[in-house]
Design a protein around this ligand. Structure first.
Ligand SMILES: [Zn+2]
Length: 67
Protein backbone atom coordinates (compact mmCIF):
# COMPACT_ATOMS: atom_id res chain seq x y z
CA UNK A 1 0.00 0.00 0.00
CA UNK A 2 1.16 3.53 -0.63
CA UNK A 3 1.61 5.36 2.63
CA UNK A 4 3.78 8.41 1.93
CA UNK A 5 0.91 10.84 2.45
CA UNK A 6 -0.40 9.28 5.65
CA UNK A 7 0.42 10.61 9.07
CA UNK A 8 2.66 8.62 11.39
CA UNK A 9 -0.07 8.45 14.01
CA UNK A 10 -2.24 6.54 11.56
CA UNK A 11 -0.10 3.42 11.85
CA UNK A 12 0.04 3.01 15.63
CA UNK A 13 3.18 0.94 15.59
CA UNK A 14 4.53 -1.57 13.15
CA UNK A 15 7.51 -1.11 10.89
CA UNK A 16 8.18 0.77 7.69
CA UNK A 17 10.34 -0.90 5.08
CA UNK A 18 12.08 1.79 3.09
CA UNK A 19 13.66 0.94 -0.23
CA UNK A 20 16.25 3.22 -1.77
CA UNK A 21 16.81 3.84 -5.46
CA UNK A 22 20.01 1.80 -5.17
CA UNK A 23 18.04 -1.26 -4.15
CA UNK A 24 19.05 -1.24 -0.48
CA UNK A 25 16.20 -1.47 1.99
CA UNK A 26 15.96 -0.92 5.70
CA UNK A 27 13.28 -1.35 8.35
CA UNK A 28 12.42 1.47 10.71
CA UNK A 29 9.98 1.15 13.61
CA UNK A 30 7.13 3.65 13.26
CA UNK A 31 7.51 4.59 16.92
CA UNK A 32 11.09 5.69 16.29
CA UNK A 33 9.84 8.13 13.65
CA UNK A 34 7.01 9.31 15.88
CA UNK A 35 9.43 10.11 18.68
CA UNK A 36 11.47 12.28 16.32
CA UNK A 37 8.80 13.87 14.15
CA UNK A 38 5.54 13.53 16.07
CA UNK A 39 2.26 11.81 15.28
CA UNK A 40 1.16 14.47 12.81
CA UNK A 41 4.17 14.22 10.52
CA UNK A 42 3.57 12.64 7.16
CA UNK A 43 5.37 9.41 6.41
CA UNK A 44 6.96 10.80 3.26
CA UNK A 45 8.34 13.85 5.07
CA UNK A 46 9.72 11.84 7.98
CA UNK A 47 11.39 9.31 5.73
CA UNK A 48 12.79 12.00 3.46
CA UNK A 49 15.12 13.10 6.28
CA UNK A 50 16.73 9.69 6.45
CA UNK A 51 19.83 8.63 4.59
CA UNK A 52 20.30 5.25 2.95
CA UNK A 53 22.78 3.13 4.87
CA UNK A 54 23.76 1.42 1.63
CA UNK A 55 24.68 4.32 -0.67
CA UNK A 56 24.40 7.36 1.61
CA UNK A 57 21.88 9.15 -0.61
CA UNK A 58 18.36 10.33 0.15
CA UNK A 59 16.33 8.90 -2.71
CA UNK A 60 13.44 6.88 -1.39
CA UNK A 61 11.93 4.64 -4.01
CA UNK A 62 9.30 2.83 -2.02
CA UNK A 63 7.84 2.79 1.46
CA UNK A 64 5.90 -0.20 2.68
CA UNK A 65 4.23 -0.72 5.99
CA UNK A 66 4.78 -4.04 7.71
CA UNK A 67 2.15 -4.48 10.39
ZN1 LIG B 1 20.81 3.65 -1.34
Amino acid sequence: MRCEGRRLGHFRGGTLRITCGCGHSGDVPVLALVSRHGQEARVGDAVATMRCSGCGARRVKEIRWLS
